[in-house]
Design a protein around this ligand. Structure first.
Ligand code: UDP
Ligand code: MG
Length: 307
């Protein structure tokens, strides 16, 4: 198999016809030896039956159905595991990732790149808040994480077989795929593109989910938030020691008029806050360690079509 295209889908019945019309012509210009693997992430609408009907007509269209909704990350993983292509494309079903770009990815792949990813030229189609939060996330992540991730790159990309195998060899269950692609290394190339608006249906993301996604990204890629507090604690201890010296000196020199309610309250509230934050951060890591230790599979497969 030369080319696999993996498309995670969750309730995308409205997007599928347009996807079909645009995707197939592009793939045919690359190679005829391709497969399209839909990773059905527990859709509850007619998505699976639409794909099945398509798969009956074309054996190159395949589907792997998960036993329930496990999330996009797990769905992509299932698709990667099922793929056999030398080049493997990951794309969304909603045509926000223009299929025409696959031809460009393919060229780059043929030129020897292992990880050809799309980078958004601008985020003008996003809301102001989304742009700001995304900017902060990338800045912070690339500051803290061992391997930086490219700005404004999503999951839309073409990976070589060895890059896919490397990603599959990582056993972790809490998967921040974007980080993993960068972590495995190999030769990467960025292709700028304009992300279109969703053709149909609506996004499954909201800010709470994005926040948790970002947290997952940090905790999966860096332990700095855990270690930070040691140094913070050291600084505070040093400052407290100096303050103690100063208070002792004041007492000896000037006696001890009772005052300082405000500073006391501020100190108590401030440090209680810091301690709770620290506990929260430890909790974030602990919950992830808990999930890794349970070692549950990332997904279960309900059925496979043409696979
Ligand atoms: N998706 C999925 N499982 C989910 C949520 C989304 O498989 O739990 C799929 C969805 O069908 C689409 C892709 O992931 O093909 C991207 O989702 P969406 O368009 O909602 O995300 P956005 O483009 O807004 O980031
Ligand atoms: Mg989308």
């Amino acid at each position: 198999m030369e080319l696999s295209v993996i498309i995670p889908v969750f309730n995308e019945e409205a997007a599928l016809p347009a996807l079909r019309a645009r995707l197939c012509p592009v793939l045919n210009t690359c190679t005829s030896d391709y497969e399209i693997i839909f990773s059905n992430d527990g859709s509850t609408d007619t998505t699976p039956s639409l794909i099945k009907a398509w798969a009956m007509e074309d054996k190159r269209v395949k589907m792997i159905s998960l036993s329930r909704r496990f999330g996009k990350e797990a769905a992509m993983l299932a698709g990667l595991a099922a793929s056999t292509g030398q080049g493997v494309v990951l794309m969304d079903a909603d045509l926000q990732d223009p299929p025409e770009l696959i031809a460009v990815f393919w060229e780059k792949f043929k030129a020897g790149f292992d990880n050809v990813y799309g980078v958004r030229k601008d985020r003008s189609s996003d809301s102001f808040l989304k742009r700001i939060t995304a900017g902060v996330f990338y800045k912070l992540y690339n500051h803290l994480a061992e391997t930086p991730i490219p700005y404004n790159a999503g999951d839309y990309r073409l990976l070589s077989r060895r890059a896919v195998n490397a990603v599959l060899a990582l056993p972790e269950r809490e998967r921040f795929t974007k980080g993993l692609f960068a972590w495995v290394g190999y030769k990467a190339a960025a292709i700028p593109f304009t992300r279109e608006n969703r053709t149909a249906g609506h996004t499954k993301w909201n800010y709470w989910k994005l926040w948790n996604f970002a947290l997952g990204g940090f905790t999966a890629s860096t332990t700095i938030p855990l270690k930070l507090w040691t140094y913070f604690g050291l600084c505070i201890s040093a400052a407290s020691f100096l303050f103690a010296l100063w208070t002792a000196y004041k007492k000896i020199a000037f006696g001890n008029p009772v005052s300082g309610y405000t500073s006391l309250m501020v100190a108590i509230l401030f440090f209680s806050g810091i301690q709770l934050i620290t506990l929260g951060i430890i909790g974030e890591y602990l919950s992830r360690i808990f999930n890794e230790v349970k070692a549950r599979p990332a997904y279960f497969i309900d059925e496979k079509i043409n696979l």
